[in-house]
Design a protein around this ligand. Sequence first.
Ligand SMILES: [Ca+2]
Length: 171
Amino acid sequence: MAMTAVVALMAVFTGTAHAAPNFESDGYEGNYGERWVGETGGYATGGIETDGVHAYKGSNNGWLFAGGGWAAQARQFVVRDWADRTDCEARFWANPQNSEERMTLQVWNPNGWVLLASGGGNFVPQGQWSQTVSRRFDLSGTDYVYVQAIMGAQHHSPQVIRYDEFELECF
Ligand SMILES: [Ca+2]
């Protein structure tokens, strides 16, 4: 009887947690073209790989190339229904192909285009997946944000980076 009660209680607790989501992830799976927007400046570009070989997780991943300019990919996260969003964080995984490279992760409030957080600063080793984490930020009163990975040719030579698994979470 005691075990049954515990299981029932856990089921109720889990259901409550799912009813108030404070987490969303995007690994470029499914209809990624409906969610992601690419932007570039100068000699740079980006895209999505769907070969099932290069992703950190699943089949698909994004990539950026910068040969002198900058390249970025962004998507919108709707957070208006999140229960508590005073203490939030964005994360993604990146894998540089040419050399150790610095990735930047930005979180923008499109209402006035306010930069809420700029994460990264860590150099990611070549050929390895490594997670970049933003600093914490407050999304109170914010209905949606844009989370963006952006890269420039910081070594003045062409750079390619694969990335995957964006996550936005409020604690
Ligand atoms: Ca993926």
